[in-house]
Write a protein that binds this ligand. Structure first.
Ligand code: ATP
Length: 234
């Protein structure tokens, strides 16, 4: 579904992503792991067209993604859930979720999806009328994922969903990510919490200093001594 070839991202003189190649098959969850500053977020931001890459190409469902305008991504079914969440702080939880469906016209299905998202996240149901800016970090993360789901994406790009959250929140959020993936969603997951990311994904890529250094099935990466030593704290 997504095929990235030789992607490069530079910030002035700094090369953050140095010509990486990877792919995500339809219906698959793929993890991109690596230490702070490895270039994971830069990769996602380039895919989401939030920045212009210095080189490479990205094919998405047979089309060249980098040729599309950034606002064209929603129509293509690509949803980024950014690091730091990015909910609309003055809108309520429900209003945020409805915003996720702004480009859709199938009213009845939207209501059904809203119900389903609130079932995934009972916490948001309780806080439906609360303005998003006053939700806890974990609740905002749930809301950001819920809002992305409301657009019925084909491909979700998740940037560090565990970032800054208490373990119990992380566990809840990952339960939902797992459930959404089990329903057939295609997901590219960027995570510093390598253990968690590899436990929920089918395949993984390890990024180091802007390059992909190891790739394999996630269960094999979890057993790989090098990965264990460098990323699983063993
Ligand atoms: P983290 O988990 O800490 O977010 P990451 O793997 O996502 O790390 P990136 O955020 O992609 O890494 O950063 C890769 C490199 O690019 C880092 O050295 C970072 O300092 C640099 N970088 C990122 N954004 C910018 C920017 N806007 N301007 C300059 N340098 C940047």
């Amino acid at each position: 579904m997504l095929e990235v070839n030789g992607l490069r991202v530079s910030y002035g003189g700094i090369q953050a992503v140095r010509g990486i190649s990877f792919h995500v098959n339809e219906g698959e969850m793929v993890a991109l792991i690596g230490a702070n500053g490895a270039g994971k977020s830069s990769t996602l931001r380039a895919l989401a067209r939030l920045l212009d890459p210095a080189g490479g190409n990205v094919r998405y469902r047979g089309k060249e993604l980098l040729g599309l305008p950034p606002h064209g991504l929603v129509a293509e079914g690509i949803e980024l859930v950014p690091e730091g969440r990015g909910v609309f702080p003055r809108m309520t939880s429900i209003e945020n979720l409805r915003m996720g469906a702004y480009a859709r016209h199938d009213k009845a299905a939207i209501e059904g999806d809203l119900e389903q998202v609130l079932e995934h996240f009972p916490r948001l149901k309780e806080r439906a009328q609360q303005v998003a800016g006053t939700l806890s970090g974990g609740e905002q993360q749930m809301l950001a994922i819920g809002r992305a789901l409301m657009s019925r994406p084909r491909l979700m790009l998740l940037d560090e969903p565990s970032m800054g959250l208490a373990p119990i929140m992380v566990q809840k959020i990952f339960e939902v990510i797992r459930a959404v993936a089990a329903e057939g969603m295609t997901i590219l997951l960027v995570e510093q919490n390598a253990k968690l990311a590899l436990e929920v994904s089918q395949r993984g890529y390890v990024m180091e200093s802007g390059e992909i250094t190891i790739t394999d099935e996630s269960r094999k990466l979890l057993a790989d001594p090098k990965v264990r030593a460098a990323y699983l704290g063993e």
